[in-house]
Design a protein around this ligand. Sequence first.
Ligand SMILES: *Cc1c(COP(=O)(O)O)cnc(C)c1O
Length: 353
Amino acid sequence: MKKHNFYAGPSILPDVVIEETIKALKNFAGTGISLASISHRSKEFDKVVLDAQDLFKELLEIPEGYSVIFLGGGASMQFAMIPYNFLKKKAAYINTGTWASNALKEAKLFGDVQEIKADDFFHLPKNISIDKDADYVHITTNNTIYGTEFKEDFDFGVPLIADMSSDIFSRKVDVSKYDMIYGGAQKNLAPAGVTFVIVKDDILGKVERPIPTMLNYKTHVDKGSMFNTPPVIPIYSAYQTLLWMKENGGVDGMHKRAVEKADLLYNEIDRNPFFVGTVEKESRSIMNICFVMSEQYKDKDKDFLDFATQKGMIGIKGHRSVGGFRASTYNSLPLESVAALVEAMQEFEKMNK
Ligand SMILES: *Cc1c(COP(=O)(O)O)cnc(C)c1O
């Protein structure tokens, strides 16, 4: 049976990316040796890194004066590297969920933090006002666990740093409004293991404290992500995903597909009396769609999960901290998978009425 992969991360990747990665693992770029066994400093791999950086710049229309680097350690490592490199006295953190809270926690090790928060994580904070003496403000544009998403590029009057782990390449962003954008690759880009960082060159080197070499962005910018051995295999897969996105309409194409998929599923959640969305309409994510059984059918949670699993749905159980269901509809998830989930919801309704 066809499987429909709604996992939140690691998550679905285009078939062609998996195939090209397998090919390269057997024989990389005609070298006769495996991608797993070639020097990261070989000219063949060097070209992959340079081409991947160029595709990042092209697809996201990154202006002059920014560097793209590929690091290890996951987005979670960035939570510490950001205050290490940029926090002098005080930073502002928009706390919109688990990941944002984790980022904020690390910043508190380095200085004062202004925390901006709504009453709960099913809503996004409104009328955000940032203290003007903050060295930077940190935002999580898409909240993977709660299914909320900021869909605009803010200007708060202080440098802006964004975790875009789970919505990068799903909407057009005005990169010039950000001083840094970063994310783990395992949501919309590659297998786990690589983290992308887009950083404005002139914000580097401004803090007084000594920074360990590996945790200093400047090290990796100056050495073009080759200071030490980078995560070679995920970088190669990311490069293949970038090529796939380019061939499929770039960021505009990804956005159009994402909106189409999200509309289809949210419309069913709103129509079907068995289900209810957990996020207010204007804050709904187009990447992680969260819903629960409606009050009346609360006891049918497990029945629906079993039914959907039988129909080939994988990874729709909500995060353990939220419960219910979550369908992650990342860029490479085909529309037919969302249509299959909607059909399962409709069949479940008919069977249980
Ligand atoms: C998954 C996720 C992370 C954590 O990424 P790791 O690479 O596992 O550290 C951080 N932020 C957001 C928004 C995420 O979705």
